[in-house]
Design a protein around this ligand. Sequence first.
Ligand SMILES: Nc1ncnc2c1ncn2[C@@H]1O[C@H](COP(=O)(O)OP(=O)(O)OP(=O)(O)O)[C@@H](O)[C@H]1O
Ligand code: SF4
Ligand SMILES: [Mg+2]
Length: 324
Amino acid sequence: MTLLEIRNLSVRFVTPSGVVPAVNDVDLDIGDGQCVAIVGESGSGKTQTLLASAGLLAANGLASGSVRFAGAEILGLPERQLERLRGPGIGYVFQDALGSLTPHLRIGDQLAESLQAHREVDRATALVEARRMLEQVHVPDAAARLGQYPHELSGGTRQRVAIAAALMPQPRLLIADEPTTALDVTVQAQVVDLFRELRTELGMALALVTHDLGIVAGLAERVVVMYAGSIVEEADTSRLFRSPAHPYTAGLIEALPRLDDDTDAPMRTIAGVPPPPGMVSAGCPFAPRCARRSERCSVDSPVLAAHGSAKLACHHPATRGGTA
Ligand SMILES: Nc1ncnc2c1ncn2[C@@H]1O[C@H](COP(=O)(O)OP(=O)(O)OP(=O)(O)O)[C@@H](O)[C@H]1O
Ligand code: SF4
Ligand SMILES: [Mg+2]
């Protein structure tokens, strides 16, 4: 069953210099228990797509389209209804873990409150649950942490606490935005193991934003690639890694470090930079950086279309579908 169904989602921001588009016509499905990863360079619209889907856009953000959760429309719902839905429906781990915790509240109080907001439990029971959840996310010395404030914790522990807070009401869908970026490699691996474990134990669906394609390969069944606010390719993970069709996806995978890399050689990157928001010219937004571009690409914007079980927006893909 489709748990989250996003259709034609667009996000615009009202800024002093005018209305700036950030997300364009995104369609995305996440099934019950499924893990979907969203990848793409900085500014491609990953965070705003997910914030809009959970009704958490900044005050100057405007979302249009449709977001259905468990069959019910949630875009445009009043804040009070969204709050009720968020805990047990959608849990959110924000890109900035420290910012997502309340600085003046002890960890125990924050976790207990996030449970009590959604379930009729007394404080003592909520604190027992909080401790159990900290243990489940492998926070060392969980009992002592309950009495500490966020600034007293290391980055890795804070990240686990933010994950624990989102998990307290046992959400059907966890949205985790760059949950490992601030962590060292060992802790990153532990967080990945934790997500794998939680998905198995709780049957939870996961929408994961990450720059780390290694984490994508280890966790996600499906990958969505975003560029300049739009989805350019979507496919099952193994297929996407094996035969990326969009030149941008191919570039991202090509840029991955390999064991046999010459350590003195410059890092492989995709030449050029994405267009600033609102400055996308006619044709394909990736054209100025694309080695496969033709004249058609500069005038005719490719539309995301189904190719078997995958989706692709490119006139001359590297492999499956298209006209190359
Ligand atoms: N409150 C805001 N007002 C104006 N523009 C905004 C606002 N929030 C985000 N944007 C713009 O929306 C665009 C998409 O941002 P988004 O945060 O979704 O990027 P991202 O793909 O998550 O990037 P990163 O990998 O750096 O987190 C960016 O150009 C960003 O500057
Ligand atoms: S449409 Fe053209 S420019 Fe755009 S990614 Fe495909 S080949 Fe490159
Ligand atoms: Mg982001």
